[in-house]
Design a protein around this ligand. Structure first.
Ligand code: AMP
Ligand code: MG
Length: 400
């Protein structure tokens, strides 16, 4: 059977991943979530004309010439108000954030003045409006500021507090379950009874990666290569939005995950892609639940997550731009391969030098070598039918 190209698989992922229902949460719980409403300013910002400096509120027209003496008639601090008006020839002591008193239009910074008894001397003239923050100069009441689909980071939390959002509408977190399969696979801390047993890294990597994307994640443990055990877990698939399995999706006799998925009548969206590694990856659907059967090889597993599962989890949370972003960089070392049938994704690192991006790939190119991710910050894409890449060539990278 022909292998499915990556773009087609990604389109199928996005066609089948739908934004989850909404929920309202308190602002402080919204960190890392995705906005499901447009946010507008609740008021003009600043809400009133106020001082940008500690100094004196004056009338600019009084400041013609140098060393002008003005009579000090009052004081206004942040949170306060002035009881006096600024009349010709007078000044009011003012602090940052305090409202500009009636009659004043300019603030002279403290450092441009000298105080002499009840007078201040202003050393030089200032432009009218200097150091005054005008009502509404940043935002008008009702002005749109954050759009639905925005990821909420610390900045957005601050901005929403600024406009008095106590609670906010966000997309629900995808519920993700992670299952590892394999007779040889033992979890961390378990004893390896046989030399042929291996340590399970996939379940932990996937758990953390789903958490990183703001999901609610559960570990379903490790099951043996036994169809009944796998079936038992798959029967519960609809409890989750996304079920991630690892291992057992190739064509080997013991690759029961793909067999059981098919036997149970789940709708198979794709199985086997024209990519390297992670060729055997499978995607299926049961009701609204997406099932990703990721390969057991640790690199294949993590890579398939980045390239296929991550876009789905982003879309489910209402993020519109969820396709992996591609950049161009200059390759710094030759690459060649014999079999160029599939699109290969090498673990690589990129950096900036003199305004240009450069990229080098890890010599650990095989799919069992998880440490190829150490120091890596991108995939280097080697397209189908490309047998070699030369140092100095422009290549495509997908940062992660
Ligand atoms: P499979 O996809 O089941 O054919 O497994 C491919 C390779 O991945 C084998 O060498 C497995 O031992 C290894 N593998 C399977 N599951 C895991 C896991 N959870 N963690 C690390 N390696 C695994
Ligand atoms: Mg296996």
């Amino acid at each position: 059977m022909a292998l499915t190209p990556y773009e087609d698989a990604l389109s199928m992922v996005l066609e089948n991943a739908h934004a989850l229902p909404l929920e309202r949460v308190l602002l402080w719980q919204a960190f890392g979530r995705v906005l499901a409403e447009d946010i507008r300013s609740d008021s003009d910002k600043p809400p009133f004309d106020n001082s940008a400096m500690d100094g004196y509120a004056v009338r600019a027209e009084d400041l013609q010439g140098e060393n002008i003496r003005l009579k000090l008639v009052g004081e206004v601090s942040a949170g306060g108000e002035s009881s006096v008006k600024v009349e010709a020839g007078t000044a009011v002591r003012i602090f940052t954030g305090a409202p500009i008193p009636e009659g004043a239009d300019t603030v002279v910074p403290l450092e441009f003045t000298k105080q002499e008894d009840n007078y201040i001397v202003v050393e030089k003239p200032l432009k009218m409006g200097a150091n005054v923050r005008l009502r509404g100069e940043e935002l008008k009441e009702g002005e749109p500021i954050l759009k639905r689909g925005t990821l909420i980071r610390g900045y957005e939390i601050g901005i929403m507090a600024y406009v008095n959002k106590v609670s906010v509408c966000v997309y629900q977190k995808p519920k993700v379950a992670v299952l590892s399969t394999g007779d040889e696979v033992r979890d961390i801390g378990e004893s390896l009874e046989k030399p042929s047993h291996i340590r399970s890294s996939n379940n932990h990597a996937l758990y953390a990666k789903a958490l990183e994307l703001g999901c609610e994640v559960v570990h379903l443990g490790i099951v043996k290569d036994r169809p009944e055990e796998i079936k038992k877990v798959l029967e519960q698939a609809e409890r989750y939005d996304v079920l991630l399995t690892t291992g057992g999706v190739s064509v080997g006799e013991k690759d029961y995950v793909q067999k059981v998925v098919k036997e149970m009548g789940f709708e198979v969206i794709f199985h086997k892609l024209r990519i390297k590694p992670a060729k055997p990856v499978l995607m299926a659907k049961k009701g609204r639940t997406l099932i990703f059967g990721l390969p057991g090889n640790p690199v294949s597993c993590v890579m398939a997550f980045d390239l296929l599962v991550k876009p789905a989890l982003m879309k489910m949370q209402g993020i519109e731009e969820c396709r992996p972003k591609v950049y161009r960089a200059t390759l710094t070392k030759d690459f060649s391969r014999k079999d160029a049938e599939r699109r290969e994704f090498l673990r690589a690192s990129f950096w900036e030098e003199d305004g240009k991006l450069y990229c080098d790939y890890s010599p650990k190119t095989q799919s069992h070598m998880l440490t190829s991710y150490i120091c890596a910050n991108c995939y280097l894409v080697v397209y189908e039918n490309v047998k070699e890449l030369k140092a100095g060539e422009q290549v495509e990278i997908i940062p992660f």
